[in-house]
Design a protein around this ligand. Structure first.
Ligand code: GDP
Length: 592
């Protein structure tokens, strides 16, 4: 269900302002922050993510939306001239993990290849194009969460249609709901693809009922206005029909853009490549992009050196709704940055400098970030849990990996929680699932596609791939052991009875005495005892025997020593010192 209210707030907001926006007493908010380990005052700034988490924790039926950053506020929906031309629809494929987004995209692109038109996709970028009945459709790859946020921010002008993939044998799941919400807030049209229709357990009626009764998406055949197509990415069933429906729905929107205007669009991907430098994926929204153009995107700029289409073919120009790859940016622009064309390098430098100052100002004004908060929350809730996601090549191996992992969980000090499983390569969704907290993604006999790898690197997600099951299990065991707080081990070294006190300072005392057992040496610890009472703990900083520095002094010998204390310590003759060392020792899991 959509939230009751959508509130737009800035990138960072003070606790007081947020309370006002939410119409809540400030104390309620401060209390909630406190429960999450953040001591905040009314004037403290928290970032957008923290605000979102707090709203969720409070259980408010409100959705916060980020006000576009200063650099993008000038961005308005382009007003069209009467020379505007039709442009291809921009389509995002979304849905729950493992419901078949990747397979569906593959299937759509394969259809094209089968028609002998594609030059073969040589590289992975975040967007593709396909042709249907002489018309182009631009497809955005399954967005990872970062893509998601950026799409959301610019959603109103970017995504025209969202294909929501729902597996017919699994029904509506949390990420399905998320996708529906995304489509609605982005004002995009929805086409539902009920996938895996080749499966015997497929139950499209149930999916339709769930969508209609719980999410307000009524199938056309029931008199509603949501297009739903029953497809199979595996057999290719109805894929053409799906594309026809996408075009039909898009036609209701009259999608147009101008060509004779300065180029503008969005950065949809960026990475460095040896030999090529910065490789940046762009989606042109208006105008015609050509090699030689000077582009500015956020804090980076560059001159377009090469211009390639989605399949890696050199092209001379790219118009609206076209995804391209360019080289020539001096630094990597950020995902979601708007790019514009400028006259020359000087203008480019001025613009990026302004954007940089703006960004620094924004960053400096925030003192609690969502990342901090998630960390605190995970420390609070899950510090004794290792979360894992398991992906394997086939169902059989998945079952055995999962079963074996359950045996690694000794049910004791650390719990191993399997938060997701699936058959197939590691996907962007897995990375997204692993995003909140310490989660390891284990792959067994699967691959990590390059695009997903880049996302994982960006998000610092832990992905570990194994071909041998017991190596995977060893790794899980070691990861759990690493989470155990180390054990403090103290080892007794010797004892001494104090015979004389020579000097007592604020944090140092010099004494002499006889070693009664073991030995004493510099740089160890000492418990200071008087009778049964422990007076203090001190550190032996130096030891002397007959006015000479000594490395060790043994039982039966007399010596002097300097003790470092953390408070003034007044000793008496007859007090005893017990020398010991203290070490942190890694603990191992008790076996089951
Ligand atoms: P994603 O996580 O949504 O991208 O899902 P994938 O495309 O990776 O698909 C998840 C699993 O479902 C894979 O094992 C696919 O082979 C399988 N799958 C996807 N589409 C179909 C389909 O139409 N029929 C069947 N039987 N399996 C499918």
């Amino acid at each position: 269900m959509s939230p009751e209210k959508v509130l737009v707030v800035a990138d960072s907001i003070t606790v007081g302002e947020l309370a006002e926006t939410l119409n809540l007493p400030v104390t309620t908010l401060i209390g909630e922050l406190f429960k999450n380990g953040i001591v905040a005052t009314i004037n403290q700034r928290i970032d957008f993510e923290t605000a979102t988490i707090i709203v969720e924790e409070l259980g408010l039926d409100v959705e916060l939306q980020k006000k576009p950053a200063a650099a993008t506020t000038e961005r308005v929906k382009h007003t069209l001239t009467d020379k505007a031309v039709d442009r291809p629809p921009i389509v995002a494929v979304m849905g729950h993990v493992d419901h078949g987004k990747t397979s569906l995209l593959d299937s759509i692109l394969k259809t094209k290849a089968a028609q002998g038109e594609a030059g073969g996709i040589t590289q992975h970028i975040s967007a593709y194009q396909t042709e249907r009945k002489g018309r182009m459709i631009t497809l955005l790859d399954t967005p990872g969460h970062e893509a998601f946020a950026a799409l959301r921010q610019h959603g109103a002008t970017l995504t025209d249609v969202v294909i929501i993939v729902v597996a017919a044998d699994d029904g509506v799941k949390p990420q399905t709901v998320e996708a529906i919400r995304f489509a609605k807030t982005a004002n995009a049209k929805i086409v539902v693809a009920i996938n895996k229709m080749d499966k015997e357990s497929a139950n499209p009626q149930l999916v339709k009922t769930q969508l209609a009764t719980e999410h307000g998406l009524n199938p056309e055949e029931w008199g509603g206005d949501t297009v739903m197509v029953e497809v199979s990415a595996k057999t290719g069933q109805n894929i053409d029909k799906l594309l026809d429906m996408v075009l039909l729905v898009a036609d209701l929107e009259e999608l147009k853009a101008d060509i004779d205007v300065p180029v503008e669009g969005l950065v949809i991907e960026s990475h460095m490549e040896t030999g090529r430098g910065s490789v940046v994926g762009l989606l042109v929204e208006q105008g015609e992009l050509k090699p030689g153009h000077f582009l500015v995107a956020g804090t980076s700029y560059g001159k377009v050196r090469t211009l390639l289409d989605f399949a890696g073919k050199t092209i001379k120009s790219a118009g609206p709704s076209t995804p391209v790859t360019v080289t020539g940016f001096k630094e990597l622009p950020q995902f979601g940055d708007v790019f514009t064309v400028v006259k020359n390098e000087k203008e480019a430098r001025n613009k990026t400098e302004q954007a940089r100052i703006e960004r620094e100002k924004n960053a400096a004004s925030t003192n609690v970030t969502g990342a901090d908060m998630l960390k605190m929350m995970s420390q609070k809730h899950d510090s004794q849990e290792l979360n894992v996601i398991v992906k394997a090549d086939v169902q059989g191996s998945l079952t055995s990996v999962v079963d074996s992992l359950r045996l690694v969980d000794t049910g004791g000090q650390i719990n191993l929680r399997i938060v997701g499983t699936g058959v197939g390569n590691i996907s962007e969704n897995d990375i997204r699932l692993a995003e909140s907290g310490d989660t390891i993604i284990y792959g067994f006999n699967v691959e990590l596609p390059p695009a997903v790898k880049r996302l994982a690197m960006r998000d610092k997600a832990q992905v570990r791939i194994f071909k041998v099951i017991y190596e995977l299990l060893d790794d899980a065991r070691e990861s759990m052991e690493a989470m155990l707080a180390p054990e403090v081990v103290e080892t007794e070294v010797g004892k001494l009875t104090i015979k004389g006190i020579f000097r007592t300072l604020k944090d140092e005392v010099i004494v002499g005495g006889e070693v009664t057992s073991g030995k004493v040496m510099p740089n160890i610890l000492a418990r200071v005892r008087r009778g049964d009472e422990q007076l203090a703990e001190a550190e032996v900083t130096s030891v002397q025997r007959q006015q000479q520095e000594a490395k060790e002094v043994f039982e039966g010998e007399m010596c002097g020593m300097s003790l470092k204390t953390n408070k003034k310590l007044v000793l008496e003759e007859g007090d005893k010192l017990e020398f010991f060392t203290r070490a942190l020792v890694k603990r191992t899991l008790a076996s089951k």
